[in-house]
Design a protein around this ligand. Structure first.
Ligand SMILES: Cc1cc2nc3c(=O)[nH]c(=O)nc-3n(C[C@H](O)[C@H](O)[C@H](O)COP(=O)(O)OP(=O)(O)OC[C@H]3O[C@@H](n4cnc5c(N)ncnc54)[C@H](O)[C@@H]3O)c2cc1C
Length: 441
């Protein structure tokens, strides 16, 4: 049976991701240009596929592993994200006991993924601006403060380390007077995601053969799986599909998950006088109290990141014209927060895709004896993707753990409404949420 079946590959990743340009050059790997065999094939070299490769090598050190990426390895969402290795999330949180239990269960998984990454960063000494200062959940609009107070109550009941910030001290800490109130969670980590993913690629175990610019355009199931690329193929005993937001584009889970496209921009480095003008704050990361609000960071190298657009963009790739209009929106977010930095411009703007399901549940699935899927992290996949990559291998090899049991017990993504209803419903919902979150954008 054919699963993936497309004639060619249309490039998605633009060349203007700020994280990629502000870290050291990524290693490069060949295209697949022959027909080869392997014990395992992994499709997708982002956090999920990389974690799967490491785990196979750990558990079955003599197994051969082929890792294929359609574009440059790691340069999809894994390099394009905002670099928050999340501990606990606000926007998933509700107020019932059951909601809190769900949120805590997710926190345990995030923490396991974060610990896994921390261990690799330490083991391989990966220079990725790893910063354990947590993240600030901020409200600019007073109407959003009760949501943060509710979150604070939850963190308190759950015994999770956090700090409440009121306007005056917050302004001093961040260097902007834009926000009224914040709850800082202390166990999340900030990174340059492109540097982290490069480090993971550079240190891949020797049993992994990585091929870039080698899209799988056809895949057939059977006792042996056959994956065809443009100039070569892989026959393998087991396959792991780790393509996250690109699942529907590859013909997978089309009625369960969908991509949304985000755009972010990164300024040039602040000059000494600009940095002094905002009070010389230490680096920080702000997440908005509204799901449509802006994600903003002051990076280690004193740049400001703004990411404040979310949209349904079925082509997935944005050209430079489309990016230019989104940069204007990123710019208005920058101006609102730093009106005094009048000469500060963005140096880079880029887009990336996240994978969403209606009920915020991930895909973690054994399709049959030799085919496995992991993805759909609903916009928070650095830690989660790393954990899912590890656990999908554990599932394949029968390696039991509490975390694996927890994942297998989770609900699956709900069915999406059919075509036109989905389009209209999604556009309406995004427009409504955008309107509600406009003061935080
Ligand atoms: C703008 C933005 C901000 C974000 N911010 C955060 C954040 O701060 N914190 C957080 O935790 N998460 C964040 N995310 C989400 C996070 O980046 C993703 O959840 C995570 O990177 C998913 O990793 P992955 O390996 O599953 O997928 P990806 O990194 O998307 O990797 C999948 C790979 O599969 C390859 N592929 C697809 N189809 C094929 C094929 N047919 N053949 C071969 N290869 C194929 C792609 O080229 C790609 O490299 C953000 C995402 C975006 C876009």
């Amino acid at each position: 049976m054919k699963l993936i079946n497309q004639n060619t590959w249309q490039t998605i990743n633009d060349e203007t991701c700020g994280w990629v340009h502000t870290t050291s050059k990524a290693p490069s790997f060949p295209r697949l240009e022959q027909n080869i065999q392997a014990d395992w094939v992994i499709v997708g070299a982002g956090f999920t596929g990389l974690a799967a490769a490491y785990r196979i090598a750990e558990l079955n050190p003599t197994d051969s592993i082929v890792l294929l990426d359609a574009e440059q390895a790691g340069k999809g969402a894994s390099s394009r994200n905002s670099g928050y290795i999340v501990d606990i999330t606000l926007n998933d949180g509700g107020s019932t006991l059951a909601d809190e239990q769900t949120q805590l269960a997710k926190n345990r998984l995030n923490k396991a993924g974060l610990d896994l990454l921390r261990q690799r960063v330490e083991q391989y000494n990966i220079p990725c601006d790893w910063d354990e200062s947590g993240k600030f959940h901020c409200a600019a609009d007073n109407r959003n403060i009760p949501k943060l107070k509710n979150f604070e109550g939850f963190l308190h009941r759950a015994g999770l380390e956090h700090q409440v910030w009121t306007k005056e001290r917050l302004s001093e800490r961040l260097g902007t007077e834009f926000y009224q109130y914040a709850v800082q969670t202390k166990s999340g980590v900030l990174v340059n995601p492109a540097a982290l993913v490069n480090g993971l690629i550079e240190n891949l175990p020797d049993t992994v053969q990585l091929y870039e610019h080698s899209p799988v355009i056809e895949m057939s199931q059977g006792n042996t799986l056959y994956l065809k690329s443009i100039n070569g193929s892989v026959s393998a005993n087991r396959a792991i599909i780790a393509v996250n937001a690109l699942m529907p584009r590859n013909g997978f889970k089309t009625n369960r998950v969908f991509p949304l496209t985000l755009t972010g921009s990164l300024t040039r480095q602040l000059s000494e006088s600009e940095y002094a003008a905002i009070g010389s704050p230490r680096p920080w990361g702000v997440l908005s109290a509204s799901s449509m609000g802006a994600t903003v960071r002051l990076t280690n190298d004193r740049r400001i990141l703004v990411r404040n657009t979310v949209e349904w963009w079925p082509g997935l790739a944005m050209d430079q014209n489309a990016l230019a209009t989104r940069r204007e929106r990123n710019y208005s977010g920058l101006r609102k927060r730093f009106p005094g930095l009048t000469n500060l411009e963005f140096e880079y703007s880029w887009s990336g895709n996240v994978c969403i399901s209606r009920n915020s549940k991930p895909v973690f699935e054994q399709v049959n004896d030799n085919l496995f899927f992991a993805g759909c992290y609903n916009a928070g996949g650095i830690a989660m993707g790393s954990l899912f990559g590890k656990l999908i291998v554990d599932l394949a090899l029968g390696n039991e753990s509490d975390e694996l049991a927890q994942l297998l017990n989770q609900d699956k993504p709900n069915l999406l409404p059919p075509g036109p209803f989905f389009d209209i419903g999604l556009q309406t919902r995004l427009a409504f949420n955008r309107f509600r979150g406009r003061t935080e954008a």
